[in-house]
Design a binder for this molecule. Sequence first.
Ligand code: GAL
Length: 392
Amino acid sequence: MKKRVLALLLAGVMALGMTACGSTAPEASGNGQEAPSQEGEIGETEKPADSGEGIQVGIVLPTKDEPRWIQDETRFGEILDEAGFTYQVLFSQGSSATEKTNVETLVSKGVKVLILCPQDSAAAASTVDYAADNGVTVISYDRLITGTAKLNYIVGFDSTSVGTAQGNYLIEQAGDKKGNPLYLYAGATTDENAFLFFEGAWQALQPKIADGTFVIKNSSEAEALSDTQELTREQMSAILGQITTDWDFEVSKSKAEANLTAASAADKGDVFILAPNDGTSRSIADVFAIDPDVTSYVITGQDAESASIQYIIDGKQSMTVLKDTRILSRAAVDMATEILESGKATTNATYDNGAGEIPMYQMEVLSVTKDTMQEYIFDSEYYNAADFTGLE
Ligand code: GAL
């Protein structure tokens, strides 16, 4: 099905001819072209109200402060230019208010499909409602949007499995040794994904915490729940309240520093660290690396950011979880294409976002370590090996 859509799309591009790409405002990018004739692309009943200025697909991403989202922007640009859609990408810079303004701007430009990665999963609900009430089909991109049944689709990875991969990696590295110091960190509590990542990691790690393989060193709330495999939302909130990084490099760094200051030399040694993503992982790793009482550390990550691939090559980060942004952005554009063509998209899962079961197109993740890097990162041409140092 998806292949069929792509083939149609490519045929459409050939018919339309490639159009020039020109960025607009600094916070925005897109091809800025006028909407091509919509016949045969979106069907007669779904022409944008404003056929002169109309943009077919609007994309709103959370922040330019993390390389991850800039990479998504690049991927979207490549795919949407190739597909010949009119589109615009806007960044919310960590603000739900800016996100709302961005969506209002795109709605006023006549977008038919909105691909929204929320800054705050719950706060985005009213923005989704606004877009939906204006006839826009809304896709929640990577991060979940909760609390609204007007959300049409979700496209993303299996976030619980990200945490499971991180937890399992720490378990493998610990082997049979008991009493390994464990430091836990999580994403922003405003991001629903952060709960799923932690939930997956906890389900993997908890039996190994209960049997003494790991000893939690930086969360009294997690320690108190050592024997609980299935955490309630309230229990997770209590833990995340202590270990959140807000997805922020500075918060990660100062939290790691505070944790190490509070810990005795006996709480250090060969340590294990659950870090939720690559940006936080690099910040936390840098802090642990310079503590004289830390003799070694194993640390997780997520997103396969290029800086973290270099950290893994250099032995400064242990693993990352690849959520292939080529596949993700392609899946979102395929979904948009199907919606524009037939009003309906292919899905393979559903997610209960608290207001309803939302159809989802879900994809699998891959664990990247020094051992799997060649295959998953370089052979697949995710990155070019020549751009990194220290590879033989
Ligand atoms: C999550 C996303 C991750 C990571 C994180 C920080 O929601 O799924 O891939 O980038 O946000 O922005």
